[in-house]
Design a protein around this ligand. Structure first.
Ligand code: AMP
Length: 113
């Protein structure tokens, strides 16, 4: 298995896991961009958001629901948070296992960089 996020989901390499269930795993980003920066991934390997088809509709919903649970746990549900999912080169996707960034704990700017 050469996917780093598959290996985190399998417990083969360490990560600071903050939430998990049978479908998803959430862990702290190693290079946080805000006081709270958690990545939510499916246990199933999917390359990125572009590869999420109709067959993944339930799974995509579970990523967002898990992000809400993480936000409650991390104390940013009230103040607000941002969800980001990068696809491809111009969006600077760097890990090709779909992941939802949960960012919070500071004011966010718009438009994003
Ligand atoms: P993206 O640029 O959207 O593909 O985001 C990939 C994210 O994964 C980046 O924010 C990285 O800091 C993060 N990352 C890469 N390797 C690890 C790791 N082993 N544990 C936690 N986060 C990681």
């Amino acid at each position: 298995m050469d996917c780093i996020f598959c290996r985190i989901a399998a417990g083969e390499i360490p990560a600071q896991i903050v939430y998990q269930n049978e479908d998803v795993v959430a862990f702290r980003d190693v290079n946080p961009q805000s006081p709270v920066h958690v990545l939510v991934i499916p246990r199933e390997h999917v390359q990125g958001p572009l590869a999420l088809g109709d067959g993944h509709a339930a799974l995509a919903g579970k990523l967002i629901a898990a992000a809400a649970e993480v936000a409650r746990q991390e104390g940013i549900a009230e103040s607000g948070y941002r969800l980001v999912m990068n696809e491809g080169r111009q969006a600077q996707q760097s890990v090709f296992h779909v992941h939802l960034h949960v960012l919070g704990g500071r004011p966010m700017h718009w438009p994003p960089g």
